[in-house]
Design a protein around this ligand. Structure first.
Ligand code: ZN
Length: 135
């Protein structure tokens, strides 16, 4: 596969409001966008650091993916996202290399990016997201 850079790191939090305050007041970063992604049942907040972002994720429902993650493992790093060109092609390469795909075809994520997840079972326990900015 060809990965360009770390686009963002996804961090699961219980309370987005207080997490934003922590990142702003203690870490000195500035939240530039809050967005709800309905089909993922999450509210997200974005921070930029260099060309990489932090994506804080709060579940809007206990049965959403972030809700289940926090119940099992608590708050913390949820996924790492790499920027790629030609997402379809990267997914094809991943599949040829016997990496399990959660998303066989790209779907819409936050910030208008096309995204797809690789299964942590085949990526050494790290939920891995690929994203492509379509202009
Ligand atoms: Zn993400």
């Amino acid at each position: 596969m060809e990965l360009n850079y770390i686009e963002h790191i996804g961090i699961a939090v219980k309370d987005l409001e207080s997490a934003i305050k922590f990142y702003e007041n203690k870490l000195g970063l500035k939240c530039y966008s809050v967005e709800e992604v309905l089909d993922q049942k999450v509210k997200t907040a974005f921070f930029k650091i260099g060309q990489t972002k932090l994506e804080l994720l709060e579940s809007t429902s206990p049965d959403g993916p972030i809700g289940r993650f926090i119940e099992k493992r608590g708050e913390g790093v949820h996924h790492i996202a790499f920027a790629v060109d030609n997402l379809e092609k990267q997914l094809e390469k991943a599949e040829n290399d016997e990496i399990l795909l959660i998303d066989k075809t790209p779907r819409k994520g936050a910030e208008g990016l096309d995204i797809a997840f690789l299964h942590p079972k085949s990526t050494l326990g790290v939920l891995t997201e690929l994203c492509e900015k379509k202009t």
